[in-house]
Design a protein around this ligand. Structure first.
Ligand code: PLP
Length: 397
């Protein structure tokens, strides 16, 4: 006998992983250069040079017992202070080390917050479609529910009316992911301010806090004139979940944090409950070496030139052919409409006819659309264009 819920999670098929595995098999048969894999969100730009230099320096100069030993459960004080100082410098916040809890990436940060805030089975987390499919797992981890706000097509900003109709007396948080996976859209400051004002009203009406959980692994991946709003600046009851998986291209190093600003209602209690939840899921004392690395590299910014070139080439190439999509301002995803209206059928046709691997939007709660991860080589984008052209000629209206 095993736990049914976890058995289900462990055996559920993942279309993204299946597409990726298919791509690897096809590459063996027909050659890597003939497979156009847009399935995974694995960064394609290398980590900044300083990251590897810091690793080398630490390994050469520090005691290996300390470097590979446990840290304190919430992480090193010095690491948390460096992060807090960086936040104070960049944003209008008074972040302190005592408000930062280090985690093994953004996923456990989100799960810890979900568990920390869930008090009863009716509690719900409002998630705005399209959203990262793992939210359905993360935000029910504490025994609560996910409520979905329908996507606001075609620009994928937040539909405020739909949000207002979804929040209810059992809502404990609204989850905001900007820049967004899968749409690449950055939510405007104005929209976030309106959400803040609305939640304040609802808090007064229901007599309990309704937090914003800001899921921010793509915070630093933003192009052109777009600006990512640091949500604690517009709404006090915001809890930030962050990782360096995308910004420093370190997804395999599993390093991130939860930031519970002191101005959050019940902030100290929330922080303590996050610490307790992190304990339950075993996301404490994240990799010591990597904590030290992010401490040194907290000011490093990604070089976005390659992603931006990909973004422009992909967006321009596809829209010139007649594909419809919102121009992404951030992250490394583009979300396009299936020309035949059926995301699964179009993904399958693209895979079987053109070896183009693109992810159906249904898993992101947005049927009829497809996600393309453009953290790939620019050459792959250029070489995939004739295939996209044949597909729209065959399946487009
Ligand atoms: N949130 C979003 C929106 C993501 O896209 C991802 C990963 O792709 C995560 C959270 C999890 O990030 P991490 O790999 O740091 O756990």
């Amino acid at each position: 006998m095993v736990n049914e819920k976890y058995y289900g999670y462990g055996t559920a098929p993942s279309i993204i992983r299946e597409l990726f595995a298919y791509g690897l098999e096809q590459a063996k048969k027909i050659g890597k250069d003939k497979v156009y894999d847009y399935s995974l969100g694995n960064p394609s730009i290398p980590a900044p040079v300083k990251v590897n230099e810091t690793i080398k320096k630490l390994v050469d100069e520090e005691s290996s017992i300390l470097l590979h030993g446990y840290s304190m459960a919430p992480g090193f004080e010095s690491t948390r202070e460096a992060i807090a100082a960086n936040l104070r410098e960049r944003f209008n916040t008074n972040a302190q080390a005592s408000e930062i809890f280090m985690t093994c990436g953004c996923a456990p940060a989100l799960v810890s917050v979900a568990c920390a805030l869930t008090c009863k089975p009716e509690d719900n987390f409002v998630c705005i479609a399209p959203y990262f499919p793992e939210y359905n797992v993360f935000f029910t981890a504490g025994g609560g529910k996910v409520k979905v706000v329908a996507a606001d097509v075609p620009d994928f900003q937040i539909n405020l009316e739909a949000l207002e109709a979804t929040v209810d007396e059992n809502s404990v948080a609204v989850v905001i992911n900007s820049p967004n996976n899968p749409s690449g859209v950055v939510y405007t400051k104005e929209t976030l301010e309106k959400i803040g004002a609305f939640l304040k009203e609802k808090e007064a009406e229901y007599g309990h806090p309704i937090y914003i959980v800001a899921d921010e692994p793509y915070r630093e991946l933003v192009y052109g004139d777009a600006k990512v709003t640091f949500i604690p600046e517009v709404y006090d009851n915001t809890i930030v979940c962050y990782s360096w998986s995308k910004s420093l291209s370190l997804p395999g190093e599993r390093i991130g944090y939860v930031y519970v600003p002191a101005k959050c209602e019940d902030g100290k209690a929330v922080y303590a409950a996050v610490a307790g939840a992190a304990r339950e899921i075993g996301s404490v004392c994240p990799p010591t070496l990597i904590q030290r690395v992010v401490q040194e590299c907290v000011g490093c910014m990604p070089d976005l030139v390659a992603y931006d070139e990909n973004r422009n080439d992909l967006y321009n190439g596809l829209t010139e052919m007649g594909y419809e999509c919102a121009k992404p301002d951030g992250a490394f995803y583009l979300f396009m409409k299936a020309p035949n209206g059926d995301d699964f059928a179009f993904s399958e046709a693209a895979k079987l006819e053109e070896n183009i691997l693109i992810v159906p939007g249904s898993g992101f709660q947005c049927p009829g659309y497809l996600r393309l991860s453009y953290c790939v080589s620019n050459e792959m984008i250029k070489n995939s264009m004739p295939g996209f052209k044949r597909l729209i000629e065959k399946y487009g209206k």
